[in-house]
Design a protein around this ligand. Structure first.
Ligand code: BES
Ligand code: MN
Ligand code: ZN
Length: 505
């Protein structure tokens, strides 16, 4: 779908979209039709008044046929809810709903008409237009790489061009441009998550990251298994030992800021497939464990967004890539491995592999970067879904200021985040019997997400602000609300990008 911003209604548009706020007092809604001819405006008003159920509730739509002579065949009213509640994120949501409502209408070229009257609070008409566009862009994602016949079925909208008609077209476009960069990063993250595990494995994934990011000016370094063994990265290497496809670590650097400024470090779990290893998982739904690299995908997607929008921040992204397989070579419960930090870890369950991968990435990242803050993302525990379902990601943060920033990035982007506890008790729970640490808490299943975070805390240097985001519930969606019933969400790209944009540029 092509999105652009124009000054006048296009002659070849088949559908015009009128965003509408809820009305006040007796009026159900506030139709703003300034740039339409009087006859068309009147016709739309008459039809809308007859459709008693349309109240311009946020995200609701009303499709109507237009009379002969009107500038398009159809019109859709798009409810924006109360003007007083309008935010950029609300506009995004409305854009997503609009895209969904276009399905099956046959619309191909739409004109979304934005007037000065659409301003609401701090939000200019340009802001509203750009964010509706962003919501449409995010919603129009599909993953059909492996469909041999790509015909549009009626479920899929054929919209090819969405033109926003707005008098301040440049201003809207200037707001949309960086948003489009973020959407591109979200797409990249989703693509990687959706890619099947037979084509996406550590080596191929690392090569893809390099191919995509290098041309954008991101420096990309890949550590292969020989290098990692030599360096003593015994934790990530243990996880990948059972697989034919050996681990990789990828270090991405974006230097948009001053040379002497310490970077933000982003770390992502990239288990390209998690069978559980020798502590093998049950078979049902195991296909979904291709999404166990969702944290790494969010980091890669964010690096892409930063590079595309030419962020002025210094950011280092590190992803640990491994495939967790059972085999005669696999690591076992009972093994004691030595992590890159020097700390030894007794493996009590080979399915608690993500924390081992992250441990070496975190140590290496702090060694090379001396970061101002660390944020890691990982599909780390099933327990976070027991706690928060698919709605919220769990955030474990050792610094209140960092938490405050992440919380506001969450509110601005709509990627929901709930603070979870880091407590010395959880950290202590991960101390080992035969090794320094063990990869399973002594309290077993209880508080599984918290003990996992407690394990990671052993690898964070004293005093470094750090956030661990457990995205096991949010990286992947199984829902009939989605464009496709199961797919990668790209969760994390928006919150990370906003965090960097807002506090580092
Ligand atoms: N990748 C899983 C966590 C996961 C589960 C992500 C479901 C997405 C959906 C992780 O490696 C794992 O297996 N965790 C175990 C930890 C346990 C063995 C301590 C879990 O959550 O059961
Ligand atoms: Mn696992
Ligand atoms: Zn896993």
């Amino acid at each position: 779908m092509d999105i652009n911003f124009v000054k006048t209604i296009q002659k070849d548009a088949d559908t015009i979209i009128l965003p509408v706020y809820e009305g006040t007092d007796e009026k159900r809604f506030d139709l703003i039709t300034g740039s339409l001819d009087t006859a068309t405006a009147k016709a739309i008003e008459t039809i809308a008044n007859k459709s008693k159920s349309f109240k311009a509730k946020h995200g609701s739509t009303l499709l109507m046929n237009l009379p002969e002579g009107a500038p398009a065949d159809h019109a859709i009213l798009l409810g924006l809810g109360q003007a007083g509640d309008m935010t950029p994120y609300k506009a995004e949501e409305a854009g997503g709903k609009l895209f969904a409502a276009l399905k099956g209408t046959g619309a191909t070229l739409i004109n979304i008409i934005i007037e000065t009257g659409h301003a609401a609070g701090d939000n200019s008409p340009s802001t509203i237009a750009a964010h509706i566009a962003y919501g449409m862009e995010l919603r129009s994602y599909k993953f059909d790489l492996y469909k041999s016949k790509k015909k549009d079925n009626e479920d899929e909208t054929p919209v090819v061009r969405a033109a926003f008609v707005i008098s301040t077209d440049n201003e809207a476009e200037n707001i949309f441009t960086p948003l489009k960069c973020v959407a591109s990063g979200v797409y990249t993250a989703r693509d990687f998550v959706n890619e099947p595990p037979n084509t996406l494995y550590p080596e191929s994934y690392a090569a893809q990251i390099k191919e995509q990011l290098k041309p954008l000016g991101v420096s990309v370094e890949i550590l292969d298994e020989k290098k990692m063994i030599k360096m003593g990265m015994g934790a990530i290497m243990a996880v990948g030992k059972g697989s034919e496809r050996q681990p990789r670590m990828v270090i991405m650097k974006w230097n948009g800021g001053a040379k002497n400024k310490h970077p933000v470090l982003l770390v992502g779990k990239g288990v390209t497939f998690d069978t559980g290893g020798i502590s093998i998982k049950p078979g049902a739904g195991m296909d979904e464990m291709k999404m166990d690299m969702g944290g790494s995908a969010a980091v890669v997607g964010t690096m892409k967004a930063l590079a595309l929008r030419k962020s002025k921040a210094n950011v280092i992204g590190i992803v640990g890539l491994a495939e967790n397989m059972p085999s005669h070579n696999a690591y076992r419960p009972g093994d004691i491995v030595k992590s890159y930090s020097g700390k030894t870890i007794e493996v009590l369950n080979t399915d608690a592999e993500g924390r081992l991968v992250l441990a070496d990435c975190l140590t290496y990242g702090q060694e090379i970067a001396n970061p101002e803050a660390i944020i890691d993302l990982a599909t780390l525990t099933g327990a976070i879904m027991v706690a928060l379902g698919h709605e919220y990601c769990g955030g474990f943060v050792n610094n209140d200021e960092l938490w405050g920033k992440l919380e506001s990035s969450s509110a601005r982007t709509g990627e929901k985040l709930w603070r979870m506890p880091l407590d010395p008790v959880y950290k202590k729970d991960m101390e080992g019997t035969f090794g320094d640490l063990q990869n399973l808490g002594k309290s077993g299943r209880w508080g599984g997400s918290c003990t996992a975070a407690g394990f990671l805390e052993h690898f964070i240097n004293e005093g470094t602000p750090w956030a661990h985001l457990d995205i096991a519930g949010t990286a992947w969606i199984k829902s009939d609300k989605a464009t496709v019933p199961k797919y990668g969400t790209g969760f994390g790209v928006r919150i990370l990008n906003d965090f960097i944009a807002e506090y580092y540029e």
